[in-house]
Structures are given as C-alpha cells and as structure tokens.
Design a protein around this ligand. Structure first.
Ligand SMILES: Nc1ncnc2c1ncn2[C@@H]1O[C@H](COP(=O)(O)OP(=O)(O)O)[C@@H](O)[C@H]1O
Ligand SMILES: [Mg+2]
Length: 225
C-alpha cells in the first residue's frame, strides 16, 4: 500500500488566529487506514504534542483543524483526499483548487464526486468551463477557469448564477477570475512533490464550514504520534 504522510502545518499566509487550532469537534479513527500523520499545535512543539497524544490518543480524535498539508503518494491518495472532503460538503459551499497543470486537481474532484454518489464519467471541465452533477437534492458544479484570458469573462458567461444555497461549487483555476469569485470555504493548493512523483496538498479553511472539511480530511488520518 502506498504510504501517505499527513503533516499538519501552519502555512505562512494564515493569520495567527486561523493557524492550526483545535476546537471541540469529532474526529474518530474510522476509515483512517490511508494516512499517517504528524501533528503540530500552536501551543506545543511537535515532540511534546506527539508524546501527549501517545498518552491520550482520544485528544487528537476530538481535534478540529483549520489548516493542514497532506502528502499524496499517488493518484488514489488524491482521490481519497477528495472523498474525505466530500463528507463535509453542504449546499452553498465553495471549494477552490489551485495548482499547476497536472497536479491532480481534477483527480481530487473525481474522488470527491464519486464519494457523493456520482457514478457516471467525471470529466475535466477545461473545455466546457463547467460540468453539472446532481445528487439527491444537491447540485455540484465543477468549474475550470483555466481558459479564461480575462476575469471579465466571468460576467459575460453568467457564472454567478451557479453560486446558490442548493449548490456546491468546486473551482479549478480560481485565480483566473480574480475577486469576482465569492470567497471560498475551503482552499486547496496542489503541487508536485519532490522526490517520489507524488503531490502535496495544502488545505486551508476560511469559514467554519471549511473547517469541517479540514477536520474531515484529518479524520482520514492514521495518527501515528
Ligand atoms: N498524488 C498523485 N501522484 C501521482 N500522480 C497523480 C497524483 N494525483 C493525480 N495524479 C495524476 O496526475 C495526472 C494529472 O491529474 P489531473 O487531475 O488531470 O490534474 P489537473 O486537474 O491538476 O491538471 C493524472 O494522470 C493523475 O492520475
Ligand atoms: Mg483539471
């Protein structure tokens, strides 16, 4: 089985109050076989935290986190990452995915949609701009703005109509539409990892709903301490 290492980190772009913090939440060990994890707390150094968690493993299982990085060793790990996020999505939420071509954005969305019950093809919307899915009473819109040359195209294509309370909007290349895009609940950034051909993803929550997504990502972790 591929080895996945989860590093909970504090990205430099996050305000101190939004850096990795733990609230009363629910993380259980559940389906945690896919990941290994290391955890850093703003209050404790990593060594003390690991040692504390060894003594009190349930502490981590109650943690809620607002930022983390994951190493994704292969495409199935990227899909699993998307599947973890899927469980926490609700209508009205926005998830953005940044990263160079080929870093796995569409793969992650595919895992997410599959986990929400989409059984048909999950195609990249690079040429169609948006792909639609409907599961129960919830709509999923998967955008890819790579081909936008000017953010003004957002206005002429009527994109804001998709951002509704009964829809989850998942956006690749959000930077191509600039500040026209409503603020995301969860921002994912993918990058090529050095060394093993895999990918790294940074997940940052910008709202309580986004925080639930990051918590769900952490739920996929096998907490090795
Ligand atoms: N963690 C990973 N390690 C190695 N290859 C990956 C990983 N995640 C995805 N891939 C592969 O990268 C390629 C590009 O993925 P894709 O999702 O189309 O990227 P993007 O949407 O960012 O352009 C696909 O062949 C996919 O299987
Ligand atoms: Mg793509």
């Amino acid at each position: 089985m591929a080895r996945h290492i989860m590093h909970f980190t504090v990205p430099s772009c996050v305000e101190p109050v939004q850096q990795l913090h733990f609230l009363g939440g629910e993380i259980d060990a559940g389906d945690s076989h896919r990941f290994e994890a290391e955890l850093m707390s703003p209050r404790l150094d990593a060594r003390s935290e690991r040692s504390a968690n060894r003594a009190h493993p349930l502490r981590l299982h109650r943690a809620r986190v607002s930022a983390l990085t994951l190493h994704l060793a292969d495409a199935s790990a990227t899909e699993a990452c998307g599947a973890s996020v899927a469980s926490a999505l609700r209508g009205g939420m926005i998830v953005t995915l940044q990263g160079d071509l080929g870093t796995g954005k569409t793969t992650l969305v595919r895992g997410l949609l599959r986990a929400r019950g989409v059984t048909g093809a999950v195609k990249s919307p690079t040429y169609t701009l948006v792909e639609h899915y409907s599961v129960s009473s919830l709509y999923f819109y998967h955008f890819d703005f790579y081909r936008f040359i000017n953010p003004n195209e957002w206005d002429s294509t009527g994109m804001s109509d998709y951002f509704r309370d009964d829809a989850v909007c998942i956006v690749e290349w959000p930077e191509r539409v600039g500040d026209r895009l409503p603020a995301p609940d969860l921002a994912l950034s993918l990058a090529y990892a050095t060394g093993d051909g895999g990918r790294d993803v940074v997940a940052i929550a910008h709202t309580p709903n986004g925080e639930r997504c990051v918590t769900a990502l952490a739920r996929g972790a096998r907490l090795t301490g």
